[in-house]
Design a protein around this ligand. Structure first.
Ligand SMILES: [Zn+2]
Length: 263
């Protein structure tokens, strides 16, 4: 079964060179995942691909079934989650078109289901929420492909679905580098299940702090232009994933429990 899951956001809808093996739509204690999960191969590497918002974008950020998604991927045997997503930039140096391999997040979401541990108190350890090993692999791949990238960056996660006001955007600039709507709780649920998480975020716009309004048309246009680049990154990066020298899984077990035992 696939060890690597790819969760795609806006834009990454038709992975070229995807060799289909099967389609899975597992039941979980948290309902069905966003969409049937496509198991196949990219560059010979077996992966499980899930459209985060569903193929017809039926799940807005606040109602993506995050718990079912991560649980279903774990159930299929995945040990790593690679998240492809679109983000706004909060800093001049993070330009539209750049790839940001986020290493931190700040949570400004308000109404999501954040944990599998609802019947016992478990304080999961999250000082470094993203997998340093996977992040390094994709940074080296981006370097080799000559793509503009940032290894590290703080992702401010907002509830959405609306974009920020100018006052919010000015505030978020003091906290982070990029702003998006999906990393939380996806990243922490992956950790609770002992899976490594790697965020490959494509900058689509400068949010509204720079003066220009953010529109979904502009976001989709930039994402479409960058889609080919994300696919090339995956095609080149996936075969480079080897034995992980990270402590993501242990970090979940360190708090005395991991939800993976229940999968
Ligand atoms: Zn890891």
């Amino acid at each position: 079964m696939p060890k690597i899951a790819i969760v795609g956001g806006s834009g990454i809808y038709n992975p070229e060179g995807f060799e289909l093996i099967s389609e899975e739509f597992p039941d979980t204690p948290y309902g069905k995942p966003s969409d049937p999960i496509t198991v196949g191969r990219i560059s010979g590497v077996e992966v499980a691909f899930l459209f985060r918002h569903g193929k017809s974008h039926q799940h807005p950020p606040s109602s993506v079934p995050y718990r079912a998604n991560m649980y279903a991927l774990r159930k299929l045997g995945c040990e790593c989650v690679i998240s492809a997503c679109a983000v706004g930039s909060l800093q001049e140096g993070f330009r539209p078109g750049d790839l940001v391999i986020a290493d931190q997040f700040i949570d400004f979401t308000k109404c999501r289901e954040y944990t599998y541990f609802t019947d016992r108190t478990v304080h999961i350890s999250m000082p470094d929420p993203c997998c340093p090993y996977l992040s390094r692999v994709f940074a080296e791949t981006a370097e080799g492909l000559g793509m503009p990238y940032h290894l590290g960056g703080t992702y401010v996660c907002i509830e959405g679905p609306r974009f920020s006001t100018r006052a919010e955007s000015a505030m978020f600039r003091r906290f982070g580098d990029i702003v998006g709507m999906t990393m939380v709780p996806e990243c922490q649920l992956a950790r609770e299940l002992g899976m490594c998480y790697c965020s490959l975020a494509t900058v689509t716009d400068y949010d509204c702090w720079k003066g220009e309004d953010v529109t979904i048309e502009a976001v989709m246009r930039t994402m479409a232009e960058c889609l080919d680049r994300v696919l090339r990154l995956l095609e080149a990066g996936l075969p480079a994933i080897g034995a992980k020298d990270c402590r993501c899984a242990e970090s979940a077990e360190g708090c005395g429990a991991t939800a993976a035992g229940d999968v």
